[in-house]
Design a protein around this ligand. Structure first.
Ligand code: TRP
Length: 337
C-alpha cells in the first residue's frame, strides 16, 4: 500500500476551508493509502511563542478531524513533537539546503510581508528588504525543511494539501532529489494531491482563516451560520432586489456553488435578472450550509475529548517506529556512527 502523510498546525478550530481544501481528501484517501496525519505543533512555534497551553487546542483539532471522517482505526494520528526523529532529519536536511532556496519560498515572502509596518493595508505588494530579514527567525526560514522532514521520514508517496502548500511540496521533492543524489536512493519523491476546484473564500472575501475572523467552523450552530452569512460580502452594486447582480466575486454565490450546486443555474439567473434579493439568497444559503454542516456537527458532539490523548499516544508510538527505521537507514547512508 502506498503511503500518505499530511498535517496541520494546531492554530484553532477546523473550518470549511480546511474541510474542502484538504480534510475531505484525507478522509477519502484512507481506504487506498496507509495514512499518517500529523499535528504540526513544532511548526506552530515558527510564528508564535506558546503563551497558552497547546494541549486543549490539539485535542479540539483532532476531535474535528475525526468528525470530518478521519478514522483513527484506519489512519495514524500523531503529534510532531512526540516523534523527535522529525527534528533529527530536519537537521540533517538543513546541511544540504541552499539558503537562497529558502529565501525564495513564496510562503515565507507572504509571512514576511506581514511583518511590514501595519499602517499598510495592502501588504501583498510590500517589497522585501534586507531590513525585513532582520526580524526573521531561523525556524521560520527553515519551515519547509521541517515540512520536508515530516514527509520524507515516512517515505510518503503522496501528500494531500490545500493549494497554498504546493510550494512546500515542490521543495520537498527537490530536497528528496538532492539528498538521493548525495547519499543514494532513499526517499521517494512525493506527489501532491490537491483539490483545486474548491477554494473556499472567507466571509469577507479574503482567504478563510481563523486569524481574519472570517470562518465557518465544521460545527457552527444554525443561529451562528445565519448571522455570519447575513453579513457575508456580496455584489456591492446590487443594492435593491431588482438591481441586476453579478455572481463573480459574491461570497454567498461561492458558498452556494460548494453546497447547493444543483440550484446554481436558477440562482445565477434570478440574481442577474433582478428577481432574487440578497436577503433571501443569504437565507437560502444559510439553510443549505446548515444542512451541509449538520452531520459534522452531530458527529463532533458525540466525540469524547478524553479519548483523544490515547489516540494520539498510540499513533505517535506507531509513527515513531516507522520514523526510527528511516533514521537508522539515513545515518548509515550518511556514514554517521
Ligand atoms: N505547513 C502545513 C500548513 O500550514 C502544515 C504541515 C506541516 C504539513 N507539516 C506538513 C502539511 C507535512 C503536509 C505535510 O498547513
Amino acid at each position: 500500500m502506498k503511503r500518505i502523510l499530511s498535517g496541520s498546525r494546531p492554530t484553532g478550530r477546523t473550518h470549511i476551508g480546511h474541510l474542502f481544501g484538504a480534510l475531505s481528501n484525507w478522509a477519502k484517501l484512507q481506504d487506498t493509502y496507509e495514512c499518517f496525519f500529523e499535528v504540526a505543533d513544532i511548526h506552530a512555534l515558527t510564528t508564535s511563542i506558546n503563551k497558552e497551553e497547546m494541549r486543549p487546542v490539539i485535542r479540539e483539532l483532532v476531535a474535528d478531524w475525526i468528525a470530518c471522517g478521519i478514522d483513527p482505526k484506519k489512519s495514524t494520528l500523531f503529534i510532531q513533537s512526540l516523534v523527535p526523529q522529525h527534528s533529527e532529519l530536519h537537521l540533517f536536511l538543513s546541511m544540504i539546503m541552499p539558503v537562497n532556496w529558502l529565501k525564495q519560498n513564496p510562503t515565507l515572502k507572504d509571512r514576511m510581508r506581514n511583518y511590514a509596518p501595519p499602517t499598510k493595508e495592502d501588504t501583498t505588494t510590500t517589497e522585501i528588504t534586507e531590513d525585513l530579514y532582520s526580524n526573521l527567525n531561523y525556524g521560520l526560514l527553515g519551515y519547509p525543511v521541517l515540512q520536508a522532514a515530516d514527509i520524507l521520514i515516512y517515505k510518503a508517496n503522496a501528500v494531500p494539501v490545500g493549494e497554498d502548500q504546493l510550494p512546500h511540496i515542490e521543495m520537498t521533492r527537490e530536497i528528496a532529489r538532492k539528498f538521493n543524489n548525495a547519499y543514494g536512493n532513499i526517499f521517494p519523491e512525493p506527489e501532491s494531491i490537491v483539490n483545486t476546484t474548491t477554494r473556499v473564500p472567507g466571509l469577507d472575501g479574503r482567504k478563510m482563516s481563523k486569524s481574519l475572523n472570517n470562518t465557518i467552523t465544521i460545527d457552527e450552530s444554525f443561529e451562528s451560520i445565519k448571522s455570519k452569512i447575513s453579513q457575508a460580502f456580496t455584489d456591492p452594486l446590487k443594492i435593491r432586489k431588482t438591481d441586476p447582480g453579478h455572481t463573480d466575486g459574491c461570497i454567498v454565490f461561492a458558498y452556494h456553488k460548494l453546497i447547493n450546486s444543483e440550484a446554481i443555474p436558477l440562482i445565477k439567473k434570478e440574481c442577474e435578472e433582478g428577481t432574487r434579493g440578497c436577503v433571501s439568497c443569504k437565507a437560502e444559503c444559510s439553510g443549505a450550509m446548515n444542512k451541509f454542516i449538520e452531520p459534522f456537527r452531530e458527529k463532533r458532539a458525540q466525540i469524547n475529548i478524553n479519548d483523544i490523548d490515547n489516540i494520539l499516544e498510540e499513533g505517535s508510538k506507531k509513527a515513531k517506529e516507522v520514523a526510527s527505521a528511516t533514521i537508522k537507514e539515513i545515518k548509515e547512508a550518511m556514514k554517521l556512527w
